[in-house]
Design a binder for this molecule. Structure first.
Ligand code: FMN
Length: 366
């Protein structure tokens, strides 16, 4: 096996963060926390393993910014000061292994379940959709204001805990995505209507986070290039949102697509038996890459050194992000760098997703 090109493994600065390479562990909800949302030993061990495995940047699983935005009972919390200690342990474990930790912040919105989030799920509009398991409640203006403030407070907790960056989860049909999408946002007020209205919630969160943690603290956003749903967010509007985020000074944008209701085009697509790779969101991320100044992260179906280096060489992405391959092989970046492997053995079967929901997070393929 030949040694990989240096570009993928050349140390690089992302808004002051010294990344050892351009491989990112994309946000992965592990379901390894207690009901209090605190990081547990198994979660801390996993992050230590991932950092030792060589990722340039490690993005945590979605961390809820408020109890009412909690997605699963065993998710990581950034909603209260009590949860800060666990976040600090995670950051310390990653730093001990020379890694860099970005905490993903999110709110399940209408994709939440009342038995988990403790109330009727909140959403921009009270509409029944395949994407929602329950009819959500339309958020009042004061609930919107409180949620923006909760995102900022969670980002500040991440900073205080020693995390190196935060990422807003604005993709995959969760609350921020619900505001952006014309399918889920039918509001008639300043937070709905045209794209200026629908992007107001996200931009207010960006501004509130920047005010609290400072513009030097790296703020990343994961955005859907398309919801892959009829009537949902499409690439033209997504590109406009990306440009607004770029102008607001975010550190990087990760382009994904789909929601749980997007059929074969969900964010976590099933692979082919051949293990053939697809890099399936690049058709969207390359459009955005051409028109923004901030770095663009490609995610989804990236499995080989050949494809990763090709995306960098052709200027289609600045960073490559992987989820399922790192569940199977947390040390994949080291293997790719040493030349002992040139591709992931992940077959994108989504068995890991089922184990996460059952509290037994792992790759199921022998
Ligand atoms: C078990 C599991 C948990 C995930 N949790 C999150 C999450 O918390 N936040 C997020 O933005 N994406 C999450 N994703 C999606 C991944 O970050 C990624 O976008 C998707 O899996 C495609 O990348 P891949 O083909 O490399 O797996 C999750 C995926 C899996 C399989």
């Amino acid at each position: 096996m030949t040694k990989p090109e240096t570009t993928l493994f050349t140390p690089h600065s992302l808004q002051g963060l010294k990344l050892r390479n351009r491989i990112i562990r994309s946000a992965t909800l592990e379901g390894l926390c207690g009901p209090d949302g605190q990081a547990t030993e198994p979660l801390i061990d996993l992050y230590r393993q991932l950092a030792a495995g060589g990722c340039g940047l490690l993005i945590s699983g979605i961390s809820y910014i408020a109890e009412e935005g909690k997605l699963i009972p065993t998710g990581l919390g950034a909603a209260t000061d009590e949860q800060l200690a666990g976040l600090a342990q995670l950051a310390a474990a990653v730093h001990q292994e020379g890694g860099i930790l970005c905490l993903q912040l999110g709110h399940s919105g209408g994709q939440g379940h009342s038995r988990v989030c403790g109330r009727q799920p909140l959403a921009p509009s009270a509409i029944a959709l395949a994407q929602y398991t329950e009819l959500p409640q339309e958020m009042t203006l004061s609930e919107i204001e409180e949620t923006v403030a909760a995102f900022a407070a969670a980002a500040e907790r991440a900073r205080q805990a020693g995390c190196d960056a935060v990422q807003l989860h604005a993709a995959h049909g969760y609350l921020i995505n619900q505001f952006l999408s014309p399918l889920t946002n039918r509001r008639q007020d300043a937070y709905g209507g045209d794209l200026t209205g629908r992007s107001r919630f996200l931009l207010e969160i960006v501004s509130a986070v920047q005010q609290v943690v400072g513009k030097d603290f790296p703020l990343l956003v994961k955005l859907n290039g398309s919801d892959n749903l009829e009537g949902g967010l499409e690439i033209d509007e997504s590109l406009t949102v990306a440009k607004m985020l770029d102008a607001a000074g975010i550190a990087a944008i990760e382009i994904s697509s789909g929601t749980p209701a997007s059929g074969s085009q969900t964010p976590i697509r099933l692979g082919h038996e051949s293990g053939a790779e697809m890099a399936y969101n690049v058709v969207l991320s390359r459009v955005i890459k051409q028109q923004v100044n901030c770095p663009v992260i490609a995610v989804g179906g990236i499995r080989s050194l050949h494809v990763a280096t090709g995306l960098l060489r052709t200027g289609q992405a600045d960073y490559l992000s992987m989820c399922r391959p790192l569940i199977r092989e947390p040390d994949l970046p080291n293997k790719l760098q040493s030349g002992s492997s040139d591709k992931s053995t992940c077959i994108s079967c989504n068995g890991c997703l089922k184990t996460m929901l059952k509290g037994n997070f792992r790759c199921v393929v022998p």
